[in-house]
Design a protein around this ligand. Structure first.
Ligand SMILES: *Cc1c(COP(=O)(O)O)cnc(C)c1O
Length: 413
């Protein structure tokens, strides 16, 4: 059971964040993130970089043109604090069209600098010292850092590898709740495991959150990237009684392959969105003036919707290609249902340490991945269980993946 640790004060404060993010060595030196280390390794060795998860092909030209047109038309000064009305209306319409949620664009939708700022402002607004923020584990690395910035305590519930991909452990989740759990920071489709949480799994979360009177913050940046026809993205806000205690976060980066634009948003009850806006206005105030109208266009244009469908079909194909290649090379693979990541276990290849394996992989096979340890707390149950696991991305061009798969066969024994 983690004890509440508000961390050091004064000019060592940042070390608390570095430690939470796993970047502080025992002797006090600060390491670069494993993503930076692995990308540098790829650049140095010429290995194919399946570590960092960003697309190597940009999104629709029509959307890029909309941003260029907005610059030419003068959308170059501070936009309104909550985001331009056209984008807030497009977000509200998207939530209604896809999920039957009807946020009021004026009071229940806030535009942010990517999902990252939406999550940071939300945690900073709603949790502090003495409070616990509960996430799944493994978790997106920014969660640990921002929970530390807030001075709150990070608790976790493990996802477990099963023949049906990674799944929620309902018993472990129940055990992770305490009377100090203020926020459940959920993520579905889930990075790094690729799990798309089922309605049944979400009902377990909803029931526990309600019984412990915790709010739910749900990171749904991969909401459109569900890769199996028999799975669907279910926002937890659509479960009975949950809209009133849920803040839903998403962004344009993953859906439209414009990760550098950093247009995100959060929607939910007006009082909660107000709380987030209060903090957000002093983080960035506003951002992305010309990108906001472009994303409003992207959310509503039928041609763009067809492009996203094409992306999903292509990602499903690329997932299959990489999963089959990893399996043939000797890994145990947990087939992802969403996102653009796959987790693979290197233990059958004789490696019990994923970090060491990743450092050796460029020399062994000319490929770079990221150890799942980058997404766990050192020494946790999930950290132990996933010690030999590695994350690879398949959001790279097919010929890159074909070459990576061919190279990985060098690992077969
Ligand atoms: C990429 C990612 C984000 C960050 O989204 P931005 O819109 O780029 O800030 C947040 N959560 C998860 C799980 C992600 O993979």
């Amino acid at each position: 059971m983690p004890t509440p640790d508000p961390g050091p004060r004064g000019t060592d404060r940042w070390q608390h964040v570095a430690r939470a993010a796993g970047l502080l060595d025992a002797d006090g030196t600060v390491r670069p993130t494993i993503f930076a280390e692995m990308s540098a390794l790829a650049a140095r060795t010429g290995a194919l970089n399946l570590g960092q998860g960003f697309p190597d092909v940009d999104g629709p030209a029509s959307v890029a043109r909309a941003a260029a047109d907005a610059i030419a038309a003068g959308a170059n000064q501070y936009p309104p604090g909550p985001g331009i009305p056209a984008l807030r209306e497009a977000i509200a319409a998207h939530q209604e069209r896809r999920y039957g949620l009807c946020p009021d664009p004026d009071s229940e939708v806030l535009v942010t600098a990517g999902a990252t700022e939406a999550l940071a402002a939300t945690v900073l607004a709603l949790a502090g010292p003495g409070d616990e923020v509960l996430t799944l584990e493994p978790f997106y690395d920014a969660y640990a850092a921002v929970i530390a910035m807030a001075g709150a305590t990070h608790t976790t519930a493990p996802l477990r590898a099963t023949p049906d991909g990674f799944r929620l452990d309902a018993q472990a989740l129940a055990a992770a709740f305490t009377d100090r759990t203020r926020l459940v920071l959920l993520n579905t489709p889930h990075n790094p495991t690729g799990a798309v949480l089922t309605r049944e799994e979400l009902a377990v979360v909803a029931d526990l959150a309600t019984r412990h009177d915790a709010l739910v913050v749900t990171d749904e940046v991969y909401e459109h990237l569900v890769l199996d026809a028999d799975r669907a993205h279910v926002p937890i806000a659509t479960l009975p009684g949950m809209a009133e205690r849920t803040l839903t976060v998403s962004s344009a980066g993953k859906t439209f392959s414009f990760t550098g634009w950093k247009i995100g948003w959060v929607s939910g009850p007006a009082a909660l969105v107000d709380a987030v806006r209060t903090v957000k206005q002093f983080l960035t105030y506003v951002s992305g003036a010309p990108f906001q109208p472009a994303v409003a266009f992207a959310l509503q244009d039928e041609g763009v919707a067809a492009w996203v469908e094409g992306l999903v079909a292509s990602l499903a194909h690329r997932r299959d290609l990489l999963c089959e290649g990893l399996t043939a090379a000797g890994f145990t693979v947990a087939r992802p249902q969403g996102t653009y990541f796959v987790l693979a276990d290197a233990a059958p290849l004789g490696f019990d340490d994923g970090a060491r394996f990743c450092r050796e992989l460029p020399a062994l096979a000319g490929v770079v991945g990221v150890p799942v340890g980058a997404f766990t707390h050192t020494g946790s149950a999930a950290d132990d269980a996933l010690r030999s696991w590695v994350r690879f991305t398949f959001v790279k061009r097919e010929e890159v993946l074909v070459e990576a798969v061919a190279r990985l066969q060098a690992l077969r024994r």
